[in-house]
Design a protein around this ligand. Structure first.
Ligand code: MD3
Ligand code: FE
Length: 214
């Protein structure tokens, strides 16, 4: 089930310049119809690979629940952070990356090879993600593409080397690309604005990040 019109605008939308080189944001890139179609595919995948709560290497549970799609999935436990081909609780391979996400990557990522990993982060109204860098991928020059569904998040991002951070809202249907200097930016989710979208049944936010893990 795929929406014929992937992007809200039939022409490739122009990214919003954010002031941080390599951070591009396409607000409302996915039409409401495309968001609903993608959500249905994501929920189908989550039946095969149920969201679970990872543990930090230090032993603390994440407030975000996670799953993955694609050949490789990002996991965290007492042994550390890594990519692996199976769900840590079911032992089963991750489901396929939805075709609409592969199409988004082709359109917006500016990278010749397809993603081999898609981390799925699920936020309820109380979930947060502390400031961090994403550096578990083999080639840190490959971009990351993020798609937001459901409630709006207050996202924070700053340069890799430290210094000031800025706050950016990520709403349902927004897509952002992190490449160049922004690829190693420090970033996190300060909070989720409960009740800001009616897309996800029961409320909450789902973020999908497409990556090149290997
Ligand atoms: C900047 N996810 O999965 S998405 C993550 O909304 C992650 O769930 C957040 O941080 C979320 O690692 C933020 C935007 C994002 C994703 C990946 C990035 C920003 C990024 C990688 C490098 C730099
Ligand atoms: Fe991250």
């Amino acid at each position: 089930m795929q929406d014929r019109r992937l992007l809200s605008d039939p022409v490739t939308p122009r990214p919003l310049e954010t002031g941080l080189e390599g951070f591009h944001l396409w607000p409302g890139a996915l039409s409401p119809e495309a968001q609903a179609a993608l959500l249905a595919e994501v929920l189908r995948g989550l039946e095969i690979a149920p969201p679970y709560r990872p543990i930090t290497p230090g032993g603390r549970p994440f407030s975000v629940r996670m799953s993955n799609f694609g050949p490789l999935g990002w996991v965290s436990d007492r042994a550390g952070y890594r990519y692996q081909s199976t769900h840590p609780e079911t032992g089963e391979p991750w489901p396929q990356i939805p075709a609409v996400l592969l199409e988004l990557w082709r359109t917006l990522a500016g990278w010749p090879e397809p993603p081999d990993a898609c981390l799925v982060n699920l936020y309820d109204a109380d979930a947060r993600m502390g400031l961090h860098q994403d550096r578990d991928e083999a080639d840190l020059t490959a971009p990351v593409l993020s798609v937001s569904l459901g409630d709006t998040a207050v996202f924070r991002i700053g340069a890799a080397g430290g210094g000031p951070t800025r706050s950016v809202k990520l709403a349902s249907g927004d897509v952002c690309a992190l490449s160049g200097p922004a690829r190693l930016a420090r970033h996190g989710i300060d909070r989720v604005i409960g009740g800001s979208s009616s897309l996800v049944p029961g409320g909450g936010r789902i973020n999908l990040t497409l990556r090149r893990a290997r």
